[in-house]
Write a protein that binds this ligand. Structure first.
Ligand SMILES: O=P(O)(O)OC[C@H]1O[C@@H](O)[C@H](O)[C@@H](O)[C@@H]1O
Ligand SMILES: [Mg+2]
Length: 214
């Protein structure tokens, strides 16, 4: 039986994935780089500087480290404007019920987001106290798809990786869960999240009993 669940945040619990997309799109177009939903799919779950590098790889010019930092800051300021009015109304359908079900089943509950805005978003959604442990992205050396962030959450929760399952909307996130040796619940399109053990369209279809014995 599984003893812990580790959730991703952006795109799983709330639709911040949309805001990340809009902020990256404005930045990319300002740099003369075409950016659409398909390109964005490759950035989901990727940390801020990693995402910027992927976008700028298609730019006609090169950038100094200082220029990159300025662009990343600019994107983050725009992103923070977009999330400023978030409230519990921005929780995706089924998210709170999934957290309640996991708690009722006695699971330890972690959050593994590479976003440095995760604590702010959790507070705006009013769900900080629903997690036993939230990984501080600033303490993680290797972003997803590296397993580090999911392993860090499991260690802090005191549960072996094989007794955990992870919940993710990103290809890189599912890869991170699988290389951590955990069962992966994908949220999204099965044609995209091919490495997941099971894929559900949203947390409204979260069926805890199916994952506990997996
Ligand atoms: O820029 P932030 O808030 O630290 O977020 C980093 C990354 O966090 C991830 O959760 C998102 O899926 C990415 O799109 C985002 O780039
Ligand atoms: Mg995500």
């Amino acid at each position: 039986m599984k003893k812990a669940v580790i959730f991703d945040l952006d795109g799983v619990i709330t639709d911040t994935a949309r805001y990340h997309y809009l902020a990256w799109k404005r930045l990319a177009e300002g740099e003369g780089v075409h950016f659409d939903e398909a390109a964005n799919e490759h950035l989901k779950g990727i940390d801020r500087m990693g995402s910027l590098d992927l976008i700028l790889a298609s730019s006609p010019r090169s950038y100094t480290a200082d220029e990159k930092l300025a662009l990343a800051t600019q994107k983050n300021e725009h992103y923070k404007e977009l999330i400023a009015t978030m409230s519990p109304a921005d929780l995706l359908p089924g998210a709170v019920q999934a957290l309640i079900d996991c708690r009722a089943a006695g699971l330890r509950i972690g959050l593994a987001s590479v976003s440095r805005n995760a604590f702010t978003v959790l507070a705006s959604l009013g769900i900080t106290d629903k997690f036993d442990y939230v990984v501080d992205a600033a303490t993680i050396a290797q972003g997803k798809p590296d397993p580090e962030i999911f392993l860090a959450a499991a260690t802090a929760l005191g549960v072996a990786p094989e007794d955990c399952f992870g919940v993710e909307d990103a290809v890189a996130g599912v890869a991170s869960i699988k290389s951590a040796g955990m069962y992966a619940v994908g949220v999204g399109d099965p044609q995209v999240l091919r490495q997941a053990d099971v894929v559900i369209p949203s947390l409204a279809q979260f069926r805890l009993a199916d994952y506990l014995a997996a």
